[in-house]
Ligand binder design. Structure first.
Ligand code: PLP
Length: 280
């Protein structure tokens, strides 16, 4: 397997990291997961913009050579060298190496790694998945795509142990997002999703779904959603790069129609876009 490390594509066994990397000691890193369909990179411009913002917000300096063009070329090379046209690209940037001390130095050289994961197929899940509800115990910068995900991984694992596909977070009576996804609701034919804030990640799939809704003349409203409103929703689905959109058949004890008609309409449009992308 070929991977990328700081400008160089190499065999995975030749990639090495320092135990003093702040990504290891403090979890100081940012990341992106980008989808490759049929060898074509999907929505890279959006992922790139979000990565740059995460870097700025966390004061991680992306080196000059690490441009969007370089990133695109690297992904294409990884796809070719690994012969893996249906992939998730995992791209991570940590602050870099420094003897352990809370305060970080100026002008640190980040550690950039990239590798491919074979894309999963969610055939069974597209019929509907059960999700749980839990208190959002994360920090106040959920808008940054940070590798510091202990609350997410802990809650997701606990939910999975109880047979749930995902856990949806609530903060002070309002739904924020899933542990690794954004959430959409359908009520009386209209799409609803919580508004962007420091409590949710600005999902690339979230914004793509909103664009598709516009194209299909479906009304999509960004507004706070109360937990108390859950019983009034007709459909619920979660979105992320890795899963695209997956319909929810139950939140705890509350059942929903899945896959619902609005979900199906959006996914049909999404799949048509992917087919077009593959033939570009
Ligand atoms: C917490 C969280 N929210 C939302 C998302 C969805 O983001 P995207 O659609 O950009 O993959 C993710 C993706 O992993 C996530 O981890």
């Amino acid at each position: 397997m070929y991977v990328y490390q700081n400008g160089v594509i190499k065999k995975k066994e030749d990639a090495a990291l320092s135990i003093d990397d702040r990504g290891y000691t403090f979890g100081e890193g940012i990341y992106e997961v980008v989808r490759v369909y049929g060898g074509r990179v999907f929505t890279l411009a959006d992922h790139w913009q979000r990565l740059k913002r995460s870097a700025d917000e966390m004061e991680i300096l992306l080196p000059d050579y690490f441009t969007r063009k370089h990133c695109m070329e690297t992904i294409s090379q990884l796809v070719e060298k690994n012969n893996q046209p249906e992939s998730w690209v995992y791209l991570q940037v940590t602050r870099g190496v420094q003897f352990r001390s809370h305060g970080f130095l100026d002008n640190m050289t980040p550690m950039i790694t990239m590798y491919l994961i074979p894309a999963g197929s969610w055939e069974k899940e597209r019929q509907g998945v059960k999700v749980s509800l839990a208190e959002d115990i994360r920090w106040h910068r959920c808008d940054v795509k940070s590798t510091m995900l202990m609350a997410n991984t802990l809650m997701k694992t606990r939910a999975a142990r109880e047979g749930y596909f995902e856990v949806i977070f609530e903060r002070e009576g309002f739904i924020t997002e899933g542990s690794a996804s954004n959430v959409f609701f359908v009520k009386e034919g209209e799409l609803i999703t919580p508004p962007l804030s420091n409590y949710i990640l600005p999902g690339i799939t979230r914004s793509y779904i909103m664009q598709l809704a516009g194209r299909l003349s479906l009304k999509c409203i960004e507004r706070p959603v109360k937990v108390a409103e859950l019983p009034t929703m007709d459909e619920i689905f979660v979105t992320a790069t890795g899963i695209e959109a997956i319909p929810v058949s139950a939140v705890g004890q509350l059942d929903y129609r899945s896959p619902g008609p609005v979900y199906t309409q959006l996914m049909d449009e999404f799949n048509q876009d992917i087919e077009k992308l593959k033939w570009l």
